[in-house]
Design a protein around this ligand. Structure first.
Ligand SMILES: [Zn+2]
Length: 205
């Protein structure tokens, strides 16, 4: 038994970066799904070191180097495809970051939007700009991070009524769900394909 290839079961559930035909990162998928796209010819695997793209057969022929994650079948050891490029699809799916507590902390960079302090995530609360008691909704444009003292001070009022000012108008963030991959699952090789600026938000989480 080759110890380097002992992770195959979990390796299938790791993430693979998906590029469209024009080599623009558009999503992530599981290694399992990426291998299936390779096998059916819907995608080619990219070697991050050389940027060569491979169809399934030539990918399967690549030697698996020592310590490298791989997937074993009865007759083959296959390198885990960390990045695949789609054969046909050249578009950009329209994607919007989902409104969630985690994403709100990312958007507001763990910073109170009233006083600018960064007291730590446990000392931050979600403030509804138009209070819920007055019909305010839990949406990107109505929610901001506020430290406990600021939230207490604002209470059931609008910022203007409390003589408080927002650092900026709350908006839906401009990043896409591709960036919602947990930081620990982001592979070094992806940095060749996704601009550094997009990584800064998750890395601050
Ligand atoms: Zn504050």
């Amino acid at each position: 038994m080759d110890a380097d290839c002992s992770m195959e079961a979990s390796a299938l559930n790791h993430q693979t970066l998906v590029l469209n035909r024009g080599w623009v990162a558009i999503s992530t998928t599981t290694v399992r799904e990426a291998l299936s796209m390779l096998f059916t010819g819907n995608a080619r695997a990219i070697r991050p070191e050389t940027f060569e793209s491979h169809a399934f057969d030539s990918w399967a022929d690549l030697a698996v180097e020592e310590g490298e994650p791989c997937v074993r079948t009865v007759s083959l050891s296959i390198r885990v495809p960390e990045v695949v490029v789609l054969t046909h699809y050249g578009g950009m799916p329209r994607q919007v970051a989902s409104f969630s507590r985690r994403n709100l902390f990312l958007r507001d960079k763990n910073t109170c939007q009233y006083c600018g302090k960064k007291p730590g995530t446990k000392e931050l609360t979600i403030d509804h700009v138009l209070p819920r008691s007055r019909g305010g909704l839990s949406t990107w444009t109505n929610c901001v991070l506020a430290c406990v003292p600021c939230n207490r001070r604002k209470a059931n009022r609008l910022p203007a009524e409390a003589h408080m000012q927002l650092a900026k108008e709350p908006k839906c963030p401009a990043w896409t769900p591709i960036l919602e991959v947990p930081v620990i699952r982001i592979r070094q090789s992806w940095k060749h394909f996704v601009s550094e600026k997009y990584w800064t938000l998750p890395l601050e989480a």
